[in-house]
Write a protein that binds this ligand. Structure first.
Ligand SMILES: [Fe+2]
Length: 398
């Protein structure tokens, strides 16, 4: 995280005594990135956070990944994975669509509160396609809704509680590394620069502690191990509920950020995907395509040019609006496309020509570009649209 925050009760000097009103000593915990060499926060607990009473296996379901063979572009209809009435939560109910060693892309339509959960592999970024929720964390609550990114640092205990009348639809980016604003958006000391498409005012971190002073509590921990796909689950029983933090400060904490607060960069001619970047991690980036005015050169072609992005696999989650370049392909709300590196793709038939003279688009999509090939997970293989690779060869629609 790029900037410092302080929430709740903390002592004036770090690593000194901090006590409850009755004089009982509080317990300081440092949560940090890259060992002790990067951003961190200090949290003050009512109880020792290290009191582990019991462990048990936590079954994560099928985490296996299968190579993209034959080598094809893919279309995954995520909504078909969750027929109406499916009662799942936003942690156990996730279906793995695509993944590699750097990132796992999942989808879930949740109706029930999740268990307490900790990802010990890397940061997570939830993109809320639809619905409302409170994400309860050791740092406090995040109230989120459609269009929100929710960035949760590795190791943060949290619970996802749907609060709307419909399911909480989430596209989940499980990283193996930190998820952060692109370095080129930031000053050497971490402030957003003037050319960045969003800034500190757009980020919504917790603003008050959430305190649950309770006894033994189970937290589900996802971690590297010998499970299928190299990912394993363990259920920790802690002596006390982890939401016992009376205050914290630092530069590492969860936050929400609405895609609708992202100010797109436009130009006279077509702007490439990096101009739409929102986050970066090790060996993948996140970009978003938001409603915007488009290219205003008198001879501009606003639709993307054909490309093979040979050094990356490109995944687009279609979250709203009308993605004109994919018209006629079968792609719609909740679809996910994989255009692997080395496969030449671009607008579907007719879209290139139709875009000439268009002044604005209303598309809303989240793109993940990975530098290593993505393989197909159980959910991805279960919801594949047949024949997507041939949709560039059909006659143009009206
Ligand atoms: Fe592309």
């Amino acid at each position: 995280m790029p900037y410092y925050r302080s929430v709740g009760s903390i002592p004036p000097k770090r690593h000194t005594q901090h006590r409850r009103a009755d004089g009982t000593l509080l317990y300081e915990e440092l949560t940090g990135s890259d060992g002790f060499s990067s951003d961190s926060s200090l949290l003050y607990h009512l109880h020792q956070p290290s009191q582990l009473l019991d462990v048990a296996p936590w079954d994560l379901g099928d985490q296996s990944l299968h190579p993209n063979e034959p080598f094809l572009p893919r279309h995954v209809r995520t909504h078909t994975l969750f027929p109406d009435g499916t009662a799942v939560d936003a942690v156990d109910g996730r279906r793995l669509l695509l993944g590699n060693d750097d990132v796992r892309l999942c989808y879930v339509a949740a109706t029930a509160p999740s268990p307490l959960y900790r990802n010990a592999i890397g940061d997570e970024c939830l993109f809320v396609e639809d619905g409302d929720a409170v994400v309860e964390t050791t740092f406090g609550d995040l109230v989120v809704g459609a269009g929100d990114y929710v960035v949760i640092p590795r190791g943060t205990d949290h619970r996802i509680v749907p609060t709307g009348t419909g399911p909480l639809r989430c596209y989940v980016i499980e990283s193996s590394s930190r998820i952060r604003p692109p370095r080129r958006f930031l000053s050497p000391t971490g402030q957003f620069l003037e050319h960045a498409p969003y800034c500190e005012r757009d980020l919504r971190p917790p603003t008050a502690p959430r305190i649950v002073d309770d006894g033994p509590t189970t937290v589900h921990v996802k971690h590297r191990g010998a499970g299928r796909g190299g990912v394993t689950g363990t259920a920790y029983t802690l002596a006390h509920h982890p939401f016992d933090v009376v205050g914290w400060d630092g530069c590492r904490y969860p936050y929400a950020f609405s895609v609708h607060d992202y100010e797109p960069i436009t130009g006279r001619i077509h702007q490439p995907p990096p101009s739409h970047q929102v986050f970066e991690a090790d060996r993948f980036v996140v970009c978003n395509f938001v409603p915007r005015k488009v290219d205003y050169h008198p001879l501009a072609i606003p639709a993307p040019y054909y490309h093979a992005n040979v050094d990356s696999d490109e995944v687009i989650f279609y979250a709203g609006g009308n993605y004109a370049a994919r018209r006629g392909s079968g792609i719609g709300q909740g679809s996910l496309s994989l255009h692997p590196g080395g496969h030449t793709h671009g607008p579907h038939p007719g879209a290139y020509e139709r875009s000439i003279g268009v002044e604005a688009v209303d598309e809303l999509a989240v793109m993940v570009d990975t530098f290593a090939p993505l393989w197909l997970g159980e959910g991805g293989r279960s919801a594949l649209a047949e024949g997507y690779e041939r949709t560039w060869s059909i006659p143009p629609g009206p």
